[in-house]
Design a protein around this ligand. Sequence first.
Ligand SMILES: Cc1ncc(COP(=O)(O)O)c(C=O)c1O
Length: 437
Amino acid sequence: MGRSASEIIERDSRLFMRCYPARTKLVIARGRGAEVWDVEGKRYLDLFSGIAVNNVGHCHPRVVEAIRRQSEELIHTSMLYYNETVLKLAEKLAGIVPSGLSRFFFANSGAEAVEGAVKLAKKYAAKRGMGGAQVIALDCSFHGRTSLALTLTGQKKYKQGLGNFANSPGVVHAPSPYCYRCPLGLRYPECGIACADALERVFEFRTSGEVAAVIVEPVQGEGGIIVPPDEYLPRVQSICREHGAAFIVDEVQTGLGRTGKIFAAEHWGLEPDIMTMAKALGGGLPIGAIAAREEVANAFEAGDHFSTFGGNPVSCAAAIAAIDVLIDEKLHERAEKLGNLLLKMFRNAQDEAELIGDVRGKGLMIGIELVKDREGKQPASDEASKTSEEALKKGIIIGVGGVKKNVIRIQPPLVITEEQAQKAAEEIIAIIKQIKK
Ligand SMILES: Cc1ncc(COP(=O)(O)O)c(C=O)c1O
């Protein structure tokens, strides 16, 4: 007799902390490509990839084989010693990251990569005589759940009841380039990218002028798949250069093919001083990474930074295989093509589906913002979670996010077939149309 989902959920409820966000009542037992099966054998199409992790699909045979091989040779050693698998991953990354990034550090998660990136920027600032330099992050951002990463995160819902744990000194925020709900009440393109000017004013009026770094997500993921106007990020990069602040691009969610390029920075020709990666990097295994320009990276001296499991050979072997799959199968190009198809389908559906206020995205990182009324744009959060429940009943897993939890997130494995993607989009559109406000 197989185990039942309800029995597993009941046992689980007695042991885990209650910190997890509302959990979907789905007990996943197996996954292949863009599909997963629950413990009772029901099949689901996964349009959320864990949380935007399984870019090469669930259990890609090349990733599985790399893990098997490496785990038979060496599972752990640490960076106190040398290991060729870890080196090979750094060499592989050096060939695909935006130009100028040449030195690496491996961590275990996105938050850890972000913390390390800011720490490096602060050391780099201190070396240039800016001790205690500040950091600018954006409203609506998400950078992780550890103390500094939460401070950088520009959304109150993650910080409540945490006091200074989520409010480390020296971090200030600038407006998000969220055109659908422009924080400055303007419209693109007449706005002249006033949000970038606003960021520059933060240097002037909300810091001492000594700023170690500005950290941005190229597309804000957890905040609701917020795609900035094309001029915004290049302007932020030049503002950073003018003020001597390191430009940190957090590619934890956007990296490794998700947005239609290997890294989202490529859409705008960005040349970050520091870049973070995690999520899809390990093909499903935990790994985070920091990449930095030589001069910046050299601010770290021996003993300044370390992590016991950072550079774990099994995670590195999986990451090498996942990058090879991404390049060989041209998954970023596939993400661009299928992303455009889905964007078109959801945009066309706006005429008949009143709940859809905005459709935005890049590649297979798509957000459908639901609103109760198009004029007032009142967030339709209950309707978004209802959409997710109804989709699950039809065997489709979607994400729900956004500052007000009213954005449907479509971030499937990049190996999803055109037929699977199209059929799922049709189903989701039909569900949204039927949902009562
Ligand atoms: C842009 C970004 N940075 C950092 C993180 C934190 O990553 P992790 O959950 O691996 O700590 C996330 C996670 O969603 C993210 O989207």
